[in-house]
Design a protein around this ligand. Structure first.
Ligand code: MN
Length: 218
């Protein structure tokens, strides 16, 4: 996944969008993607670079910064966490969406059937998590020791900060849907999950935990 900011330490750059800004239409409009990517996501990158300059975080990779600053009390470290978390979350979100249909198959399909009773039930659980997240935040599909579950987080928080393997996310901050759906967050979730869910990305991430577990056992 070369498009994601995992390999290098700062200064961080805005990861390339994996498709054109209008590729998610009509589910998510080009104007939404343009503002979301070039304004919101870019601002988190720029702010993070300013905040970490000259600190011990300047030489860390993005995921390390998120894990090292989660739950810190210091105001500056809280700001670093919020911006690093949002850079990571947005990199992950863009890759969670696919303009072309993908198929749930193989090992992930088996796990979805075992842990949710099928893709429709998983999608319902994700839509509920996104709808019930009060205020800004994210809905996630995660795996813990190979078992799938759905979580929701507020603001910049993500399960990765606590060492949990993430497979897929939906941004439920208003900036993600307001131009297209206004106040109708449930409709945004329903359309996104029906039309754009990138099962290939979820499957790659599911395999990553598998590899990490195996590597740790060896
Ligand atoms: Mn966002």
């Amino acid at each position: 996944m070369a498009a994601i900011n995992t390999a290098n330490a700062g200064p961080f750059t805005l990861s390339p969008l994996p498709y054109d800004a209008d590729a998610l239409e009509p589910t998510i409009g080009a104007k939404t993607v343009g503002f979301h990517y070039h304004k919101h996501h870019q601002t988190y990158v720029d702010t993070l670079n300013k905040l970490v300059a000259g600190t011990r975080y300047a030489d860390m990779k993005l995921e390390q910064i998120v894990r090292a600053t989660v739950d810190k009390e210091d105001d500056k470290e809280k700001k670093i966490f919020n911006n690093a978390g949002q850079v990571w979350n947005h990199d992950f979100y863009w890759n969670s969406l696919s303009p072309t249909p993908t198929e749930l198959s193989g090992k992930l399909k088996q796990a979805v059937e075992r842990d949710f009773g099928g893709a429709a039930k998983l999608i319902e659980a994700l839509a509920t998590a996104g709808k019930e997240q009060f205020g800004s935040g994210w809905a996630w599909l995660v795996s813990k020791g190979g078992k799938l579950s759905v979580e929701k987080t507020a603001n910049a928080m993500n399960p990765m900060a606590k060492g949990i393997n993430c497979l897929f996310t939906v941004d439920v901050w208003e900036h993600a849907y307001y131009l297209d759906y206004q106040n109708e967050r449930p409709k945004y979730l329903q359309e996104l999950l029906k039309n754009l869910l990138n099962w290939n990305f979820a499957a790659e991430n599911f395999d990553k935990e598998d590899h990490a577990v195996r590597a740790a056992a060896e």
